[in-house]
Design a protein around this ligand. Structure first.
Ligand code: RTP
Ligand code: MG
Length: 139
């Protein structure tokens, strides 16, 4: 089993609601190691790179606007199968449908806006994780 790394973002809704500590605590309590941490308000350029795969989709513009609306906490967590493990902790993309017990299911809901404000991001593959960690922790 190889140790993986994943990029976790606490999105602006999570930071502004004061949930950063509660969210990171769940990931640490699961047993993953916090390897890097920073807070920043991301530029559109950084977000366009991060969300390149979604360019052209109907939620793309609202997503960039939402993600640039305030501070985001970026973290790198490390451990065996952490990519899958964090996505399991995060729950389904739609916070209304996300199972109770997950971050999105416990803390999130639909706010009637154009984009799903779902508190967290987690890389979805080792390739995405390497790419995304390079984007958020290169400066
Ligand atoms: P993430 O990348 O943030 O971990 O979330 P995910 O894999 O569960 O979702 P993904 O399909 O990659 O979408 C990226 C983010 O875009 C927003 N979104 N809104 N229909 C919508 O309103 C919609 N669809 C996607 C969410 O913030 C989602 O996390
Ligand atoms: Mg995704």
């Amino acid at each position: 089993m190889t140790t993986e790394r994943t990029l976790v973002l606490v999105k602006p809704d999570g930071v502004s609601r004061g949930l950063t500590g509660a969210i990171l605590a769940r990931v640490e309590a699961k047993g993953y190691r916090l390897a890097a941490l920073e807070q920043l308000t991301p530029s559109r350029e950084l977000l366009a790179e991060h969300y390149a795969e979604h360019e052209g989709k109907p939620f793309y513009e609202p997503l960039l606007e939402f993600m640039a609306s305030g501070p985001v906490v970026a973290a790198v967590f490390e451990g065996e199968r952490v990519i899958e493990g964090f996505r399991s902790l995060a729950g389904a993309t739609d916070p209304t449908a996300a199972a109770p017990g997950t971050i999105r299911g416990d803390f999130g809901r639909d706010w009637g806006l154009k984009v799903q404000q779902n508190l967290v991001h987690g890389s979805d593959s080792p390739e995405s994780a390497a790419r995304e960690i390079g984007i958020w922790f290169s400066r």
